[in-house]
Design a protein around this ligand. Sequence first.
Ligand SMILES: Cc1ncc(COP(=O)(O)O)c(C=O)c1O
Length: 456
Amino acid sequence: MNEKELESLNFPDAPKIVSSTFPGPKAAAALALSARTESMARGGGRMPVVMDQAFGVTVRDPDGNTFIDLSAGVGVSSVGRCHPKVVEAIRKQSEIMMHAMDINSSRRTQLAAKISEIMPEGLRGDCITYFTQGGSDALEAAVKFAKRITGRHQIIAFHGGYHGVWHASNALTTGTAYRNGYSPFMGGVIHAPYPYAYRFPFDTTHKSAEQIAGEYVDYLLNTPYTAADDVAAVIVEPVQGEGGYVPPSPEFLQLLRKACDKSGALLVVDEVQCGAGRTGKMWAVEHSGVKPDMLTFGKGMGGDVPMAGVVMRSDLAAKIPDGSAPNTFAANSLSAAVSLTNIELLQDPELKLLQRAHDLGQEAQDYIRGFDCPFVGEVRGRGLMIGIELVEDKATREPLRGENLGKLMNYVLSHGVMMVPCGRYTNVMRVMPSLTIPRSLLFKALDVFRDGLKTL
Ligand SMILES: Cc1ncc(COP(=O)(O)O)c(C=O)c1O
């Protein structure tokens, strides 16, 4: 598919702000209604945008303003929103069956078989999927199953990690905003440093952050008197997402694999955000050659409809008693039909979306580095999972202050570009568009972002 064809899968006029105020009058009324009627515990409630229609990477609000979405709904719309093939799959499936409970049904069975085919080595062809609705519950399931399989109770997770907001998944998640006032969470979680080289707490003169962080987990797992003596699993994001878009070198996961093998702990890779092609391979763990014991997926595997789950080695899954974890809505036939279509598009030999994610990601990183802006501390990423770490001062690395971030966010939004920040100091801007983003729209949006930086 050429650029013109990709462009045709978007509203033609993005970015375009037509309302004389921003947000416009209809959006302002909807935001006020939402504030009175819906919980703001959700993440996106405070963003002054109301989405009314979406096509590809473009979004319209009720006032007719059109945005380019560089966030893909936080990594969800890998193949672009309302892709004609997805819409057709929904139409067809909705005419024959949508809800089937969690008994066997044609689409979920096909999807489980397809997932087995596309898994990374170690799981491919010999794995079992347990479906859930969203990422948080996929992680809840992974923790529960890891405990049942190993007969152990502790979990090692990482500083900066985000795995969800429920009792077990929130225990793994380290963000203060998600934890404050909600504890105690599930016990038995030990947090270790993630190899975030830009802000690593230890001296990296003689060893890389990846070596130090990997060896530390080995020390925890395989040394007496660390109190990590009953660890069921190490749960890790192969590329850290909410913690700041941090792509470690392959050595980190390789060291974790060795440490887990020595201790008998399972290695669980959380691919909810970095999976489904985003990093240029179907699964981010594949950049390291490591074979995981379990893999959690979500976001991009569902796209326009919710779809998530945990995949386990078959021999491990055999230890989980039948009927011990029912789930009413999981693998709804509509979701399964959409997920099968998404996978088909991701694997389409003409579209080459994974290669596109890799190539366009490289090009975008180089372009952003060329901004020569005093606020850009570091540009990093893998494929179309790019983080731009913004700082007040490149020498001290002081994170960009909240008021500057607010100014930047307002600028980009009111000029028709949607971006979502992340990071431990909310100072990392993400570039994570649909893998189908036309080059023209990607670079138009990056130019708006660059102009926004100039206003700081
Ligand atoms: C790595 C990772 N795991 C789990 C989750 C939780 O997913 P959900 O929001 O679908 O519950 C997220 C969400 O951002 C995530 O990035």
